[in-house]
Structure formats: structure tokens, C-alpha cells
Design a protein around this ligand. Structure first.
Ligand code: GH3
Ligand code: MG
Length: 327
């Protein structure tokens, strides 16, 4: 698939300039779209998300300075990645935003300063020196595309850094972070937070009987089942340790969490993963501990984990393949 050419948005009330810029830029291989004033420019920007905006300063309806200010805001709203903060901390302010090149008759120092103050990336004056324009455009678009790629790569890295490599559910690091975040959110909302800790029964024997690779495959299937059960967008399934998983259930009471726990138990048992060495079933089973509380600022989230762990211990001690809820 050939890559789409970068798009340039030309905002100018002068038809002659628009046509000139279109001709020159299309010859360079770019796609060109036009707007005749700032307001229209913002509208086209939002619809087409161009790679560069060429902006005239003086236009009817909305001038270039005002338009540029609005463009910065829109561009900021588009930024979802925390990398932009990173880049800005390194003094690379605005590098990840759509570049705005002001092309204008105004060459007094105040206008130049004003343009940069409202967020213009670069500034050239009319009459346009076409060779200079071509080079500036090429550089601005190259830079923008480079930062877009960098941000995408960083986002992917960040995503991978929060996942467990074997099962694809959240890893322990993400779990700790999420539990802490939700702890504080539930304090603000005065809402209950539940946690289920679950552990595969006689998993050491499973490994000993079927081998480590089969053990890994079993972990993956159990993780998929857990993910299937924890349906709400705020629920988080994480691999807590070797064969132990955790499910964080915000805005959920003991009753709700117990229902989920029983569903998980029954689903995993229903997978019918043969486990000939299990002392309690012919299939792989789970033991689960449920804890739920209304978080408070002077209690650490570790309290919830400790309670769920205690309940899990009781589920093991009282026969496995069951859940116990801390009351
Ligand atoms: P219980 O019913 O009391 O939970 O007994 P158990 O055998 O499941 O518990 P134990 O803690 O004695 O053993 C856990 C086993 O889980 C031992 C370890 O080799 C296995 N395990 C941990 N992580 C992995 C993994 O990533 N892959 C595989 N295949 N096995 C793992
Ligand atoms: Mg176990």
C-alpha cells in the first residue's frame, strides 16, 4: 500500500496566494486543502487533521493570530500520550503539535513576536521566496512525522510495559498502580472497592504431570477466562504472581464481587482442563479470596490485598475449588 501524501491546509483569503501555494505544494507531492478564513480553517483542521497549516495573518471573520491560538488548543486536545509532557520537559515545547507556518505581509517585530506567542512554528513574509518555502515545509513536515512516529512507539512501549508477557493480562506493576489509583478514586466517590485474588489449585502437580509448557498454556487459558468474566471497563485482571491472579473491581460491594468470584470459579472448572494429579477434581480448579471495603485516606491499599489473601488462604484450607469472602 503506497503511503498517503502529507496534507497541507492553506488558510488565506487571497485566492491568488491559495492557488499559488496549491500549485507549488502539489508539485512537491503534498495534498492541499484550502480555507478562506480562520474559522473555516479550524473547521477543516478538525475534519482532516493536516500535517501542516499555512496561515495568513490578516483575514476577514477570524484572523490568523486568533486562528493559531485555537489551533494550538485543538492540537493539545488531540494529544493523548504522556510523551508530550516528556518532550516539553526537555524544552521541546509544541514539537508534537501540528506545525503552523505563518505566511504574511506583516514584517514588523510586534507581529512576528505575536505570531510565535500564539504558537506559530515558523514565520515567513510575502513576497514568498518559493525555494525557502519548500525547504521550510519539508523540514516542518518531516519533524512532525518523526515525532508522531516517536509518540506511537512510546505509546506501544508503555502498553507493553504494563502487560504480562505470558498471559497478556496486566502485570504486577500495573496492578499496584491501578489499585492505588482506584483506591483514591473510591475515596472521592465514597464507593466500595473489591479485590479477588485467585490461585490455581495443585498447579505444581499440574506442571510436574504435564510439563512446564502445558502449565504455561493452562495459565493463558485461565487468564482468558478471567478476562471474559471481568466485563466492566473499570475491572482489571492482573497476573499477581506465578499462578496467582488478581481482579480489581471498583464500585463493587462484597455481594457483587462474590458473584463474580463464583462465576470465575465455575467458568474455569467448566473449561475442563484435565488435571489427573489434582486431589479434588479431574479438572483444573481455582480457589478465590474476596475482599471489599470503603477505602479511607489513612489506610493503605495493602489492607485490601491482605484481606483477600487471608480469604484465599481460607478457601484453600476449606477444600479448594471455592471462593471465600472476607466479611
Ligand atoms: P495450591 O493448590 O496450594 O495452590 O498448590 P500449588 O501447587 O498450586 O501451589 P504452589 O505454590 O506449591 O505451586 C505453584 C506452582 O506454580 C509452582 C510453579 O512452578 C508454578 N508456576 C509459577 N509460575 C509459573 C509459570 O509462569 N508457568 C508455569 N508453567 N508454572 C508456573
Ligand atoms: Mg496454587
Amino acid at each position: 500500500m503506497p503511503e498517503e501524501p502529507p496534507t497541507i491546509l492553506v488558510v488565506d483569503d487571497d485566492q491568488f496566494i491559495r492557488e499559488l501555494l496549491r500549485r507549488v505544494m502539489e508539485k512537491e507531492g503534498y495534498k492541499v486543502v484550502e480555507a478562506t478564513n480562520g474559522e473555516q480553517g479550524l473547521d477543516v483542521y478538525q475534519r482532516l487533521k493536516p500535517h501542516l497549516v499555512m496561515l495568513d495573518a490578516l483575514m476577514p471573520v477570524m484572523d490568523g493570530f486568533t486562528c493559531c491560538k485555537h489551533l494550538q488548543k485543538l492540537s493539545d486536545e488531540d494529544e493523548t500520550s504522556p510523551d508530550s509532557e516528556h518532550l516539553e520537559a526537555q524544552g521541546l515545547q509544541g514539537v508534537s503539535q501540528t506545525p503552523v507556518l505563518m505566511i504574511t505581509n506583516l514584517d514588523d517585530p510586534e507581529s512576528v513576536d505575536r505570531a510565535f506567542a500564539v504558537g506559530a512554528t515558523d514565520y515567513i513574509t510575502k513576497p514568498i521566496h518559493l525555494a525557502v518555502l519548500r525547504q521550510r515545509v519539508r523540514r516542518l513536515i518531516q519533524q512532525f512525522q518523526l515525532y508522531q512516529k516517536l509518540e506511537q512507539a512510546n505509546r506501544e512501549l508503555q502498553r507493553l510495559a504494563t502487560l504480562d508477557g505470558l498471559t497478556g493480562v496486566a502485570n504486577r506493576r500495573r496492578f499496584d498502580q491501578y489499585l492505588d489509583d482506584e483506591w483514591w478514586r473510591m475515596i472521592r466517590e465514597e464507593s466500595p472497592l473489591s479485590l479477588i485474588l485467585c490461585d490455581i489449585d495443585f498447579f505444581k502437580k499440574y506442571n510436574d504431570t504435564y510439563g512446564h509448557q502445558a502449565g504455561d498454556a493452562c495459565l493463558r487459558r485461565v487468564a482468558d477466562a478471567l478476562r471474559f468474566c471481568a466485563k466492566r471497563s473499570v475491572d482489571l485482571v492482573a497476573r499477581y504472581g506465578g499462578e496467582e491472579f488478581a481482579i480489581v473491581l471498583p464500585n463493587t460491594t462484597t455481594i457483587g464481587a462474590s458473584l463474580v468470584a463464583e462465576e470465575l470459579r465455575s467458568l474455569v472448572h467448566g473449561l475442563k482442563i484435565t488435571h489427573a494429579a489434582s486431589a479434588i477434581s479431574e479438572y483444573v480448579t481455582l480457589s478465590l479470596g474476596v475482599a471489599s471495603l470503603y477505602p479511607e485516606p489513612d489506610t493503605p491499599p495493602a489492607k485490601l490485598v491482605a484481606e483477600a489473601d487471608m480469604a484465599l488462604y481460607q478457601a484453600k484450607a476449606s477444600g479448594r475449588n471455592r471462593y471465600v469472602a472476607k466479611v
